[in-house]
Design a protein around this ligand. Structure first.
Ligand SMILES: NC(=O)c1ccc[n+]([C@@H]2O[C@H](COP(=O)([O-])OP(=O)(O)OC[C@H]3O[C@@H](n4cnc5c(N)ncnc54)[C@H](OP(=O)(O)O)[C@@H]3O)[C@@H](O)[C@H]2O)c1
Length: 281
């Protein structure tokens, strides 16, 4: 049997680099997308680095061209893992930050998928999108990232139906909170971007963002290994599931998502410790 080929984006750390190592160890020929060329040095020997910035179409097309040249135009799997978090109250997050959230987490995944899809079709391969459990249920100061992952889940569903008759399987993995650097990067970007709105609006939400931050600090992020296991299952199982929830918090969110909206709001606000007094406190 010929070696199976996979492209994993966002391979510079967290879930991506762990998935690259595992699939390489399992005998896959791995193409690893990194945003900065300097991050290629940390990849295991034998892995093919590709410099891809998902918001730069030229790099996306160039990466697809490199894969085609090396594989003869067949790719067994694409793992759309790269992503960013933009968080904060809907009223305060600047529109350019909202756009960055959707440019990377939604349109970037679509661009990468479009670029390699002829090769995935040729291989009757698989596409695995890394979503998030927040796609099932959003919450205070989580609007942008949760909305992007809900959009990605919806794109995944369309693609799944479109490609099934062609023998290509598509699924989404929805982890809960993970121990990676993604929220630190989000904090740095948030500080650099600043909030929109005047001082009164910013004061109004200061208590809310503080409570959400405290809730995050109390939470226990899970290891990336759970996601890596789900990626391997999604790629190797004879019948992959359409959706994989990873982590107890993810399963809790999915269960809460089935409750009526008002009930959900009450549960979430109580858990985070937000009430009317939090505003402008
Ligand atoms: N951590 C969590 O709690 C959590 C929960 C649910 C879902 N997820 C999802 O899991 C996936 C992996 O995230 P992670 O937690 O492993 O975080 P991470 O370590 O920050 O990994 C994200 C990767 O995406 C890359 N990336 C960001 N913007 C990019 C762009 N424009 N073009 C190409 N690559 C880009 C990053 O590269 P740079 O570092 O160079 O920017 C990084 O390698 C993401 O889709 C994330 O949304 C994470």
């Amino acid at each position: 049997m010929s070696t199976r080929t996979v492209l994993i984006t966002g391979a510079a750390g967290g879930v991506g680099s762990a998935a690259v190592r595992r699939l390489h160890d399992l005998g896959w020929e791995v193409f690893a997308g990194v945003r900065r060329a300097s991050d290629a040095a940390a990849l295991p020997g034998g892995v093919h680095p590709l410099t891809v910035d998902l918001v730069d179409e030229e790099t996306v097309e160039a990466a697809a061209g490199e894969i085609a040249a090396r594989t003869g135009g067949r790719l067994d799997a694409l793992v759309n893992n790269a992503g960013v978090v933009v968080d904060g109250p809907v009223e305060l997050v600047r529109l350019d930050e909202w756009r960055r959230q959707f440019d990377v987490n939604v349109l970037g995944q679509v661009a990468m998928t479009q670029a390699v899809l002829p090769m995935v079709r040729a291989a009757r391969g698989r596409i695995v999108n890394i979503g998030a459990a927040s796609a099932r249920m959003s919450g205070p100061a989580f609007g942008p990232v949760a909305a992007s992952k809900a959009a990605l889940a919806s794109v995944t569903e369309a693609l799944r139906a479109e490609l099934r008759p062609l023998g290509v399987r598509v699924c989404v993995i929805e982890p809960g909170l993970l121990a990676t650097e993604i929220f630190e990067k989000a904090g740095t970007a948030r500080t650099a971007a600043g909030w929109r709105g005047d001082a009164d609006a910013q004061r109004l939400y200061a208590g809310v963002t503080a409570k959400v931050g405290e809730f995050g600090a109390r939470s226990r992020p899970g290891p990336v290994e759970g996601v890596v296991r789900a990626i391997v299952r999604a790629l190797e199982a004879r019948r992959p599931s359409p959706r994989y929830l990873v982590g107890r918090d993810a399963r809790t969110l999915a269960a809460l998502a089935k409750l009526p909206g008002h009930t959900r709001d009450r549960i979430v606000l109580r858990a985070v410790g937000i009430d009317a007094a939090t505003y402008g406190a």
